[in-house]
Design a protein around this ligand. Structure first.
Ligand code: GDP
Ligand code: MG
Length: 367
């Protein structure tokens, strides 16, 4: 859809097609009059004639107006952290240890509920941890274009060192442009060798600060709790440098962390609010589905009425179960319904096209 033929472009620019083709050649593109060129090329070309091009908005884009936040309305928000690393290096143990020592509040019986993410508070500052299997969640979400993480904590077991999934995790974080803090775990073990880990990591351009580099590496033990406080402080330090901020006073937007079908409550999704404030009663468009937020529950199992940026909450009220990585946004109920229907239609059409192709292929195979 984002293409135009040379002839059409010439008409729009009020120029002779030959002139357009000549300019295209100047850009190293040989195109005949009926050939199509992509939007970027058309843009460059039009600029040569002092014309600005705008790509036509899709029906969906027309319905969903983009909200641009004024710098003046941005307020600091907690960092969102993902824990990554090789299997058995202690990701789950570390997340558990962090949660136990620093859960936001210990009243109300201190019942913690697994909703796929949780917040801790140290020295009055919050940190949000994504609690789902780091790796998968991270890749699934990135595949959908959802950027969820502000900081990656890379767990490396001090007795095992850098392993294949350690390297994978480094690559994912780097590709996403997310800063890495290294937690050298299991330092309580007799055969722990943190220096060897530091040495190995230099091969991936992660050089410890104490070795003249700029990567923060903290020795920790998820078992004894050693170093965990320091790790949290380092996370806050990195977060502060990044100046993370969002506008809480606008319709909410964010991403689905986890989802499931609950027997009693229907579709349930843990979402991370990234912009704005989500409220009970809001209508949301969420991936292919939509719904009206009937209730929200936080990571301590408490019902809440609102959720601000970087806050994870479980949402009840969606029509269908969305997928992890789906983006949600608060919109007018009518628009939510309409766009959801459009997206479902589009998906159905894509699937039918696929089926049609498959059966044609089968036909040719038989011949
Ligand atoms: P994950 O696969 O990365 O989530 O790793 P787990 O958290 O499941 O830990 C794997 C194993 O290492 C478990 O048996 C943990 O008890 C153990 N473990 C995790 N952290 C530590 C630690 O700091 N010290 C010791 N000694 N064992 C640990
Ligand atoms: Mg685990």
């Amino acid at each position: 859809p984002e293409t135009i033929t040379v002839r059409e472009l010439a008409e729009k620019l009020n120029r002779n097609p030959a002139e357009i083709m000549k300019k295209l050649m100047g850009l190293g593109i040989m195109a005949a009059i009926n050939q199509t060129i992509d939007f970027e090329t058309a843009e460059i070309l039009a600029a040569e004639f002092d014309v600005a091009v705008e790509s036509e908005k899709t029906e969906e884009e027309e319905l969903l107006q983009e909200i641009v936040d004024d710098e003046a309305n941005l307020v600091p928000r907690p960092p969102v952290v993902t824990v990554m690393g090789h299997v058995d290096h202690g990701k789950t143990s570390l997340l558990d240890a962090i949660r136990k020592t620093n859960v936001v509040s210990s009243e109300a019986g201190g019942i913690t509920q697994h909703i796929g993410a949780y917040q801790v508070e140290i020295e009055g500052e919050k940190i949000t941890f994504i609690d789902t299997p780091g790796h998968e969640a991270f890749t699934a979400m990135r595949a959908r274009g959802a950027q969820v993480t502000d900081i990656a904590v890379l767990v490396v077991a001090a007795d095992d060192g850098v392993m294949p999934q350690t390297v994978e995790a480094i690559n994912h974080a780097k590709a996403a442009g997310v800063p890495i803090i290294v937690a050298i775990n299991k330092v309580d073990k007799p055969d722990a060798n943190p220096d060897r880990v530091k040495q190995q990591l230099t091969e991936y351009n992660l050089v410890a600060e104490e070795w003249g580099g700029d990567t923060i590496m903290v020795p920790v033990s998820a078992k004894t709790g050693k170093g965990i406080q320091q790790l949290l402080e380092m996370i806050l330090l990195v977060a502060e440098m990044r100046e993370l901020a969002a506008n809480p006073n606008r319709p909410a937007e964010g991403v689905v962390i986890e989802s499931r079908l609950d027997k009693g409550r229907g579709p349930v999704a843990t979402v991370l609010v990234q912009k704005g404030t989500l409220r009970v009663g809001d209508s949301i468009l969420c991936g292919l589905t939509w719904g009206k937020v009937r209730a929200m529950v936080d990571d301590r199992g408490q019902r809440v009425e609102t959720a601000e940026p970087s806050c994870p909450v479980e949402v009840v009220g969606l029509e269908e179960v969305p997928m992890a990585g789906d983006i949600f946004r608060v919109v007018d109920e009518k628009i939510a319904k309409q766009v959801s229907a459009m997206r479902l239609d589009e998906k159905k059409r894509e699937e039918q096209a696929k089926t049609a192709r498959v059966s044609l292929d089968d036909l040719f195979k038989q011949i």
